[in-house]
Design a protein around this ligand. Structure first.
Ligand SMILES: [Zn+2]
Ligand SMILES: [Zn+2]
Length: 397
């Protein structure tokens, strides 16, 4: 089959690779009909996530048709619901067993069983405990082949994938795999109260879903921060007030817009590769360049300083390593709450599908390009260099 493979920094190629096969009884093989490139794929493209290997197949946002299932599905001993050949499914980007301590607590991205032990060692050392496996996202999260391909093997396929009704098209439901639940969980974790102002750094696809989710969950005002005009325009169309960090001093503006109190809830939908020419970010860039720094947490620093006392900072943006000069003293003394994590996608599939079916949100608004899988290298390059135009790319194998 054809698949998008990682070959190093700024080098992805569409390679011919062996077709995936059923390995475990609970597996399924999915023929991909739609797959998207994610902002977090750019962290792999930029080679800032460790433990990638040449030839790793990328992609964690995908859906398609079930073409083969393991024996558990046929024998009726599947965990949640058995899949059948021919069903159309969306697949959560987090891989979870459904049976462990964490899965039983609805904490799917913390699954203890989906990140194989030989790979766990790396993340255990870095983090104390390893998170769940993820599709197409380095060997630290299991080394699973991703879904920017013609076919993919889905482990624990009796637990994760959600069967999609025929009347919904791929583009309406594809983002249930990651960015809609991710934006939604970011807003939900803010514990928004009536009348709250929510500031959201990053108006990329996750930010766009966070904006819409914050309003759904009762925010009175949402302030979106970015520097790309098309993204800010889309944020404005969703009802957000917009700040361009290239022309406005963000801390001053947020203070002024909230009568000096600061936003009640702050969402960092940017993560480890913040843009901008602030002094702290330039220093982080320098440290990254010479290998003594991992992340550029400019946004997190700014969110902590901006947030009102006893407010909440919610972090859906991906961080990978050790963050320098984060003002933890400010966070402590202001009594801030922090919420973060890889998304517990399984938890959100059904409720968010219901919101799509009810017409409360149309996820298609974030799509800018629909391209054949063969154009993946071009799509990555443009997405990396021109995110304003290449806002969200959907690939069709
Ligand atoms: Zn994603
Ligand atoms: Zn589990």
């Amino acid at each position: 089959m054809r698949a998008v493979a990682w070959h190093g920094k700024h080098d992805v190629r569409v390679d011919t690779v062996p077709d995936p096969e059923i390995v475990n009884p609970r597996d399924a093989i999915i023929k991909i009909t739609s797959t998207a490139i994610c902002g977090s794929d750019l962290h792999l493209y930029d080679a800032v996530i460790p433990t990638m290997q040449k030839g790793d197949i990328l992609g964690h946002e995908f859906m398609g048709e079930v073409v083969d299932v393991g024996s558990a599905h046929k024998n009726g001993d599947a965990n949640g619901h058995a899949l059948k050949v021919g069903q159309r499914v969306v697949v959560p980007f987090t891989i979870a067993c459904g049976n462990c301590f964490f899965c039983e607590k609805d904490l799917w991205s913390c699954c203890d069983n989906s990140n194989p032990a030989d790979n766990q060692d790396i993340s255990d050392t870095l983090m104390g405990h390893s998170p769940s496996g993820l599709f197409g996202y380095s060997h630290m999260t299991g080394g699973y082949a991703g879904g920017q391909a013609e076919y993919v093997r889905v482990p624990y396929a009796d637990t994760g994938p959600l069967v999609i009704p025929d009347h919904l098209e791929d583009d309406q439901v594809l983002f249930l795999t990651d960015i809609f639940p991710t934006g939604y969980m970011a807003a939900e974790q803010c514990d928004i109260e009536r009348g709250d102002t929510v500031a959201i750094w990053g108006a990329g696809p996750v930010g766009q879903f966070a904006i819409r989710s914050a309003f759904m969950l009762g925010a009175e005002r949402v302030i979106a921060i970015d520097h790309r005009p098309a993204r800010l325009k889309l944020a404005e169309e969703a009802g957000a007030e917009c700040l361009n960090f290239e022309t406005v001093h963000i801390l001053d503006a947020l203070s002024e817009m909230t009568g000096g109190r600061g936003p009640d809830r702050c969402i960092d939908a940017v993560g480890m590769e913040a843009h901008g020419l602030s002094l702290d970010n330039l220093i982080d860039r320098g440290k990254q360049a010479i290998g003594i720094g991992t992340d550029r947490p400019h946004v997190l620093r700014e969110a902590i300083i901006a947030c009102r006392k006893a407010g909440t900072v919610s972090v859906p943006g991906v961080y990978g390593g050790f963050l320098d000069n984060v003002p933890f003293g400010a966070a402590m003394n202001k009594g801030l709450s922090f919420k973060m994590g890889q998304t517990h996608v399984h938890r959100y599939l059904k409720p968010l599908l219901a919101r799509i079916e009810a017409g409360e949100i149309d996820p298609r608004v974030v799509i800018s390009h629909r391209l054949p899988l063969a154009d993946a290298a071009m799509a990555y390059k443009n997405f990396a260099n021109n995110q304003d135009e290449f806002r969200k790319v959907v690939l069709k194998p």
